[in-house]
Design a protein around this ligand. Structure first.
Ligand code: C5P
Length: 248
């Protein structure tokens, strides 16, 4: 394989090992159904929909890799794409790292996509890949905020929280996935940046800590993260709208 084709060969790593406690009791979040199909399968299809993506690596719950493998065998997926399943870790950051460790040598561009964002349109995936191909070491899709955001000082349970700062809303963006990276840059970030506590929730933030530039491309309202019960209602409404539009 030429250096140029390695440079552009793209894999998507999908961390899907979270429990999803904010969604309420039940199966791990990625395995919950949206219109009868597990959220993870929607997310895998969203990545494989991009012709740029030649491999999808799913990071399963630590004890759930066989079940996830069975799931990928059960649902129809594009044949031009390869699929791998690896067991995940205790934090999202560890899960992403385990996914990166499974990448074959010939991959030059890596997307990291939350299983919890099952409905990201292919246009967004392609825009992220293109920006990395154009030379950005790290790319995040993001949207302007509807709400004003305030930084607060955490207070004791039940006490009012004092506001310490109000950033200018027009300069803020809500970050989505897939985030796209030059593979070597992302590996360097995972090798050198230590994040305390729950670990990094955002891979691009680790690249920022390396001092490398991170750029934003337009996100999409359908790339929202399914976190709370109401998000499931919205996701099913989006799928119903797509089906209705496909009918015309
Ligand atoms: O919990 P949150 O919604 O922030 O999780 C974001 C993504 O990271 C989800 O797709 C989740 O499955 C994944 N994750 C993981 N391993 C963990 C925790 C979260 O793969 N230990």
């Amino acid at each position: 394989m030429s250096d140029e084709s390695r440079q552009y060969r793209t894999a998507a790593v999908i961390p899907a090992a979270g429990r999803g406690v904010r969604l309420g009791p039940g199966a791990p979040k990625a395995l919950r159904a949206l219109n009868g199909t597990p959220m993870l399968i929607h997310a895998v299809r969203a990545m494989a929909a991009s012709r740029a993506v030649s491999l999808v690596v799913v990071v399963a719950p630590p004890d759930g890799a066989p079940e996830v493998k069975r799931l990928l065998d059960t649902y129809a997926l594009p044949e031009r794409t390869d699929y791998l399943v690896v067991p995940g870790g205790g934090t999202r950051q560890e899960s992403v790292r385990l996914g990166l460790d499974a990448l074959p040598e010939d991959i030059g561009i890596v997307l990291v996509h939350d299983a919890a964002r099952p409905l990201v349109p292919v246009e967004t995936v392609d825009a992220v890949v293109q920006a990395v191909r154009d030379g950005a070491p790290a790319v995040v899709p993001a949207l302007p905020l509807a709400d004003t955001v305030k930084e607060i000082e955490p207070a004791a349970q039940g006490e009012p929280e004092p506001v310490v700062f109000t950033p200018e809303r027009a300069r803020l963006r809500a970050v989505q996935t897939p985030q796209g990276f030059d593979r070597d840059t992302l590996m360097r970030a995972h090798d050198t940046v230590a994040v305390a506590g729950e670990g990094a929730t955002d891979d691009a933030g680790m690249v920022e800590q390396l001092g490398e530039p991170v750029v934003v491309v337009p996100g999409h309202e359908e790339a929202f993260k399914v976190t709370r019960p109401l998000d499931l209602v919205l996701a099913e409404a989006v799928l119903a709208r797509r089906r209705a539009n496909d009918g015309f």
